[in-house]
Ligand binder design. Structure first.
Ligand code: ATP
Length: 446
C-alpha cells in the first residue's frame, strides 16, 4: 500500500464545501446533528451529475440492464429472510470509564482513545435503524429503514422478469437512500447514518459468476477513471474470507486515497444465490429463471457492485482539488484554486461574465446568458455573475470547477463576439455570439 500523499487536506475541503455551497452541516443553527450533512446549491448539482453519469453508463449504456426505484420501507419479513435483522452486526466495545463506544474491528489499541480507560469485551451491535408504522408503537408495527437498496431488487426479481422478459445475464440497477446505525461516524461525509447508494444486482448463470465478478470490477474501475479520477489514487482490495459479509462468496473493494488515507468507495460482491433462495424459501414464491434451452428452473447467482454516492462525491471533490501558482493580472504571484472536475460532473457548466456592470454591457450580457441558458443543451447550470472584478470572478468559477467562462466586453458591442475562457488552461478565444451555443456544447462534450 502506498502512503497518502498529494490529496488536499480534509479541513481545506470541508471549508471550501461550506463556503461555496456544496455541503453544509445538518441542522447547523441548532448546533448540528452529528455526522449528518446537507447538500447545498452546488452540492446537489454535483451529486445529481454523478448519479446521472452512473445511470447513463450502467443502465442506458448497456443492453443488459434495467432500472428500479423500490421503497425505503419494506415488509419486516424481508429483513428476517435476508439475515439483516439478526446478522447485520458490528462488534461494539465500550469504555468502562467514559462509556465511549468503538467498533472493535477498527481499534488500533485495546484502550479507550478518549480517556485511556479499559474497554469491555466486544458484543454484537445491530446496525438496522428502526421505526414504527401506524399509530401504535409495538412489535407488530416495528419496521426498519433499509440498510442497502439490494433487497428491493431481490424481492422484485419475479416482477421485473415477467415485465421485461429478460434472459440471463441481466441486471437491475437502483439509486437510493440507505440507513445504518453506525457505531462510529466521522471523516465528513465518508461514514454517516443516512447515505445514498448506487447499486446493481447482475444475475448470471451459476458457474459464470467468477468471470462476471472480474468483469464488473474492471468496468467499475473504468467508470471512475473515465470521468477523470486519478488512477493512482484508486486501488483494489480483495476481502479476506474472514471479513466477508454473511451472504458473500467473494468481495473486492475499490478504495480511494482520501485525504486521511485509503477507504472503501465501492464494494463488488459475489452474493451467490443466497438472497433469491432465502426470499423464495421465506415467501413461498419461486424466484427462479426458466431456461428455455434446457427446460430447467435456475436460481441465478448475483454480482453486486455497490457504490456509496456520498463517498463518490467526496472522492471526486478531493481528486479534482488543485492549487496552482500563477501570476495575477496585476503581475503578483498568487495561488489559484481550481476544481479540475470532469465537465459532465461540474455543477456549473458555463458562467456568463460581463466585464463590468456598465449599463451598455449589461443588456448584451443578459441576452447572451438568456440564449445560452434557454438553449437547454449545456446539461446543467448556466450562471450569470457580475459581482466584483473579473479576475475574482474567474477565480470563483475556477474554485467550483466551472469548465467555461464567457466574457462580454466593450468590443462585444461592436464585433458581436465574446471571449471563451477554459478553466484548466486559462486559454481564451474569441467567438461570434451567433456561434456561441454550438461552440460551448462542442467544448463541454470534449
Ligand atoms: P464499511 O466497511 O466502510 O462500513 P461496508 O463494507 O459496510 O462499508 P457496503 O455494505 O459494501 O459497505 O456498502 C456499499 C457502499 O455503501 C460502500 O462501498 C460505501 O461506499 C457505502 N457506505 C456504506 N456505509 C456507509 C456509511 N455509513 N456512510 C456512507 N457511505 C456508506
Amino acid at each position: 500500500m502506498t502512503e497518502p500523499s498529494t490529496t488536499v487536506d480534509l479541513g481545506t475541503l470541508v471549508s471550501l464545501c461550506k463556503r461555496r455551497g456544496f455541503i453544509f452541516q445538518s441542522s447547523e443553527i441548532y448546533g448540528g446533528l452529528a455526522s449528518t450533512w446537507d447538500y447545498g446549491p452546488l452540492g446537489v448539482e454535483l451529486k445529481n451529475n454523478i448519479k446521472n453519469a452512473w445511470w447513463k453508463a450502467m443502465v442506458w449504456g448497456r443492453a443488459d440492464m434495467v432500472g428500479l426505484d423500490a421503497a425505503i420501507l419494506m415488509h419486516t419479513d424481508v429483513w428476517k429472510a435476508s439475515g439483516h435483522a439478526e446478522r447485520f452486526n458490528d462488534p461494539l466495545v465500550e469504555c468502562k470509564e467514559c462509556n465511549s463506544r468503538f467498533r472493535a474491528d477498527e481499534l488500533d489499541e485495546q484502550i479507550c482513545s478518549n480517556c485511556g480507560g479499559e474497554l469491555s469485551e466486544p458484543r454484537e451491535f445491530n446496525q438496522m435503524l428502526q421505526t414504527h408504522l401506524g399509530p401504535v408503537q409495538d412489535d407488530t408495527s416495528l419496521t426498519y429503514l433499509r440498510p442497502e437498496t439490494a433487497q428491493g431488487i431481490f424481492v422484485n426479481f419475479g416482477n421485473v422478469l415477467t415485465a421485461t422478459r429478460r434472459k440471463l445475464p441481466f441486471g437491475i440497477a437502483q439509486i437510493g437512500k440507505s440507513f445504518r446505525n453506525e457505531i462510529t461516524t466521522g471523516s465528513f461525509t465518508f461514514r454517516t447514518r443516512e447515505f445514498e447508494i448506487m447499486e446493481l444486482e447482475f444475475f448470471v448463470r451459476p458457474g459464470e459468476d467468477d468471470e462476471w465478478h472480474e468483469r464488473w470490477v474492471t468496468d467499475c474501475m473504468a467508470w471512475y477513471t473515465g470521468l477523470g479520477m486519478n488512477a493512482e489514487r484508486l486501488q483494489l482490495r480483495v476481502h479476506d474470507p474472514k471479513e466477508l459479509a454473511h451472504y458473500a462468496k467473494a468481495t473486492t473493494d475499490i478504495e480511494y486515497q482520501y485525504p486521511w488515507g485509503w477507504g472503501e468507495m465501492q464494494g463488488i460482491a459475489n452474493r451467490t444465490d443466497y438472497d433469491l433462495k432465502a426470499h423464495s424459501e421465506a415467501s413461498g414464491e419461486s424466484l427462479t429463471f426458466f431456461d428455455d434451452d434446457t427446460k430447467e428452473h435456475i436460481t441465478p447467482y448475483v454480482i453486486e457492485p455497490s457504490a456509496g454516492v456520498d463517498r463518490t462525491v467526496l472522492a471526486f471533490l478531493a481528486d479534482a482539488y488543485t492549487e496552482e501558482e500563477t501570476i495575477s493580472a496585476k503581475g503578483k504571484a498568487e495561488t489559484r484554486v481550481v476544481l479540475k472536475i470532469h465537465p459532465d460532473l461540474a455543477p456549473i457548466k458555463v458562467a456568463i461574465l460581463p466585464l463590468s456592470r456598465n449599463e451598455k454591457l449589461v443588456p448584451l450580457a443578459r441576452k447572451v446568458h438568456q440564449s445560452v441558458q434557454s438553449s437547454g443543451v449545456m446539461g446543467g447550470l448556466v450562471q450569470y455573475d457580475d459581482a466584483q472584478g473579473i479576475g475574482r470572478r474567474y477565480r470563483r468559477q475556477d474554485e467550483v470547477g466551472t469548465p467555461l467562462c464567457v466574457t462580454v466586453d466593450f468590443d462585444s458591442l461592436d464585433d458581436d463576439a465574446v471571449t471563451i475562457r477554459e478553466r484548466d488552461t486559462m486559454a481564451q478565444e474569441r467567438v461570434k455570439i451567433d456561434d456561441l451555443v454550438d461552440e460551448l456544447k462542442k467544448r463541454l462534450n470534449g
